[in-house]
Each structure stands twice: as structure tokens, then as C-alpha cells.
Design a binder for this molecule. Structure first.
Ligand SMILES: NC(=O)c1ccc[n+]([C@@H]2O[C@H](COP(=O)([O-])OP(=O)(O)OC[C@H]3O[C@@H](n4cnc5c(N)ncnc54)[C@H](O)[C@@H]3O)[C@@H](O)[C@H]2O)c1
Ligand SMILES: O=C(O)C(=O)C[C@@H](O)[C@H](O)[C@H](O)COP(=O)(O)O
Ligand SMILES: [Zn+2]
Length: 350
């Protein structure tokens, strides 16, 4: 069964969740006569199926293979893709398709957002994290030495195909990392997600978990594409998470870093008197039960604090963190002192 979740906005678009969704791809490509398909080598087989489906609709395909994972999410790789589009004389009615995990869909979206100031992109996420988060919502971008996703654009896709069959080839560690964003959605908006995971239904209820997490994301980004309000809540756990990713030179999985960041944010909520101790402790328990990391290096703190200062939610010198006032009640805390933050870091430091 295929479920369609509509994302509202100036240009509403569908997110399809189900099996064998590639036949749904051509109608999302509009008037494109050329379609660039961005993919990394582990997804070559999946990309080839997408390519033959697009070719079967009478369009010309430009396959663009990019480096895998975060190694592909750079301005250099984006530039190489733009050069390829230039050589192919890609026009405004042509389209880009991203087939891959969140790194590839972020890159594909960014390439599409900038080419001729914006051509259509259709996302075919192949990782759990890509399906429940990265491919939905139109945040696109690349990493730089200064920090995670600091260069990018808001560019919503024309459609998203979450083909659950693709998860069969996803390495277990990447599936686990994706669960961190699913858990995030559970804490900020939909506690049934947490109940399902605690009942041990992570694998048997994967379709329901994906759908629930997509609905959380779709509702938020449909209301606030450009993150002027509620969209910040999707950044729960990310202030420290992104700092860890930078500290690790983008070699840690995003979801793993977010997992540590979620425990940190829960503790910040508890220490500032907003969140009850049981809900704070529940973060650690549920993430640990999934095999996600909940601790990080004590000696990294000065660099992590420095990295958090370029977080997009910061305003001037004031850091801002998403916290919980209770289960499914996200809010923002502004300007905690460095001493307070260090004390909170003690709860995840090892
Ligand atoms: N734009 C957004 O709103 C948003 C949201 C969340 C995360 N992100 C970004 O997404 C990225 C993380 O995404 P990710 O966790 O998917 O990591 P990833 O894209 O690095 O993929 C992880 C690994 O899994 C492989 N893989 C993916 N699907 C596969 C499949 N079906 N079969 C076999 N291998 C497969 C990839 O090739 C890669 O080696 C980060 O860059 C993060 O910043 C963006
Ligand atoms: O969609 C959003 O908004 C999010 O914050 C979702 C996050 O899971 C995601 O990692 C996002 O890329 C982070 O955005 P950033 O603006 O902090 O780079
Ligand atoms: Zn994230």
C-alpha cells in the first residue's frame, strides 16, 4: 500500500511512502526533457533502475556519480555537477533527481537550487534518514570547514519517493543512525513513535515509523519552510550534534551525532527547570536501546562550544537551543552561560 503525505506551501508536493514507487517518478518530472540523476557508487543499482524508468518516459538522462556520504556534500562536488549540467545545456525546464542517502539528496537539492537560480528536483531517498528527514522539506546544502550545512538554500522538491524496499540494502549502522531522527520526531511531536520503539517494534513497524516521522516533518515544513518559527524545533539535538560532526571532520554519521545531541538537549531542558527528570532520562534509554551513542569525548568541549557559535539558530553571541518543556512540547532556550553548558555537557562526557 502506498501512502501519500502532502506538504503544503507555495508549491505543495507529495511524499509517497510504500514499495515499488519508481513508476511514480516520471509524472513528477514535469516538462523536463533532460534529467540529471545524482547518486553515489553504493546506490548504483538503485540509480540504474531510476535511470531506465526515466529513459522509458522518453527523456534523456545525465547520470552524475558523486563521492559517497559527506565526502560528496562539498562545494567542489557541486561545482563539478554544475559543469556537467553546463556541458549538457541543461535548461530551466529540465530536472535533477537525487538517489541516495541524506548527503546525496542535500547535494542534489543544492545543485538544483543554484542551477539557473532553480530547477526542479525530485528526491528518491534510499536511507531511513533520507526518507524521514533529509529529502523532505527543501533544506539543501553542503558542508564547509567552518561548519555543517553553512552554505545552502531552501528549495523544496517537486516530489519525494520513499521506497521502503530500498532499506533492504541499507547497512544496519546507517539504519540505526536514521532512527535518531525518528526518535527526535517522537520527542518533539509524536510520542507514539517512542511507544513503538520501546515495544521493540523498530523493524516490524518500520513503515508506520517512517510515515509518522514524515508526517511530523511535513506538518512543520509546510507551516514554516524558511525556519522563521516552528521549523527550529526540527533542529532538536542538532546544536551539539553538528558540532560533533565538525569535530569529527564529518566522518561520524549525522544520526549518531544527533543522538548525543538529543541527550544533551534533554539535560539542558531538565537543568533549566523545563523538563521532568523521567522524560529527560527516557531520551538516553530509548537511544541506547537502539544502539545509538549517548556519550562523547570530554576533551572536545572547548572546540564543540566554539563550533556551536556558528549554529544557524544563534543570534549574535547568544546561543539558542531547542529544548522540551515536556513531552511533545518543544521550545527554545536562549543564551545559557558557558558554565551552564559545560555542566550539561558533563551528562554526556566520557
Ligand atoms: N536537508 C535536511 O533537512 C536534512 C535532514 C537530516 C539530515 N540531513 C543530512 O543528511 C545526511 C545524512 O544522511 P544519511 O544518514 O542518509 O547518510 P548518507 O547519505 O551519508 O548515507 C549513509 C550511507 O548509507 C549508504 N546508503 C544509503 N542508502 C543505501 C541503501 N539503500 N543501500 C545501501 N547503502 C545505502 C550511503 O551510500 C552511505 O554510505 C547528513 O549530511 C545530514 O546533514 C539533511
Ligand atoms: O529540516 C530541518 O529544519 C531540520 O533541522 C532537520 C535536521 O534533522 C537536519 O539535519 C537539517 O539539515 C539541519 O539543518 P541546519 O539548518 O541546522 O543545517
Ligand atoms: Zn538532522
Amino acid at each position: 500500500m502506498t501512502t501519500t503525505i502532502e506538504v503544503a506551501g507555495d508549491r505543495p508536493y507529495p511524499v509517497l511512502v510504500g514499495h515499488d514507487l519508481l513508476p511514480e517518478l516520471p509524472p513528477l518530472l514535469g516538462k523536463a526533457s533532460q534529467v540529471a540523476v545524482l547518486f553515489a557508487s553504493p546506490l548504483k543499482a538503485h540509480a540504474e533502475k531510476a535511470i531506465s524508468t526515466i529513459e522509458g518516459s522518453g527523456r534523456t538522462v545525465l547520470p552524475i556519480e558523486v563521492p559517497d556520504a559527506e565526502a560528496g556534500k562539498t562545494i567542489t562536488v557541486a561545482e563539478q555537477a554544475w559543469e556537467a549540467l553546463g556541458r549538457a545545456k541543461f535548461t530551466r525546464t529540465d530536472a535533477v533527481v537525487g538517489v541516495g542517502g541524506g548527503a546525496v539528496t542535500d547535494l542534489a537539492g543544492f545543485v538544483a537550487a543554484c542551477w539557473l537560480r532553480g530547477v526542479a528536483v525530485v528526491q528518491v531517498p534510499t536511507s531511513l534518514l533520507g526518507m524521514v528527514d533529509a529529502a523532505v522539506g527543501g533544506k539543501t546544502g553542503v558542508n564547509t570547514a567552518a561548519g555543517k550545512n553553512l552554505v545552502g538554500a531552501f528549495h523544496p522538491p517537486a516530489g519525494v519517493l520513499c521506497d521502503l524496499a530500498m532499506l533492504d540494502t541499507l547497512p544496519r549502522a546507517d539504519l540505526t543512525a536514521g532512527m535518531a531522527e525518528v526518535v527526535k520526531c517522537g520527542f518533539i511531536a509524536d510520542p507514539v513513535i517512542l511507544d513503538l520503539i520501546e515495544a521493540g517494534k523498530r523493524d516490524t513497524a518500520i513503515a508506520e515509523l517512517v510515515e509518522r516521522a514524515v508526517r511530523v516533518k511535513a506538518e512543520v515544513v509546510g507551516a514554516d519552510l524558511r525556519e522563521s518559527g516552528v521549523r527550529e524545533f526540527l533542529n532538536y539535538g542538532h546544536t551539539l550534534g553538528h558540532a560533533i560532526e565538525r569535530f569529527e571532520g564529518y566522518r561520524w554519521r549525522h544520526g549518531d551525532a544527533v543522538s548525543v545531541g538529543l541527550v544533551f538537549a534533554a539535560e539542558l531542558g531538565r537543568r533549566t527547570g523545563r523538563l521532568d527528570a523521567d522524560t529527560a532520562a527516557r531520551h538516553r534509554t530509548v537511544l541506547e536501546s537502539l544502539g545509538l551513542p549517548v556519550r562523547y569525548r570530554r576533551d572536545a568541549w572547548p572546540e564543540l562550544l566554539d563550533a556551536m557559535r556558528v549554529d544557524k539558530k544563534a543570534r549574535g553571541a547568544r546561543l539558542r537551543f531547542v529544548v522540551l518543556d515536556g513531552l511533545a512540547r518543544p521550545s527554545v532556550v536562549e543564551g545559557p552561560s558557558d558554565d551552564e553548558l559545560l555542566a550539561v555537557y558533563g551528562s554526556v562526557a566520557e
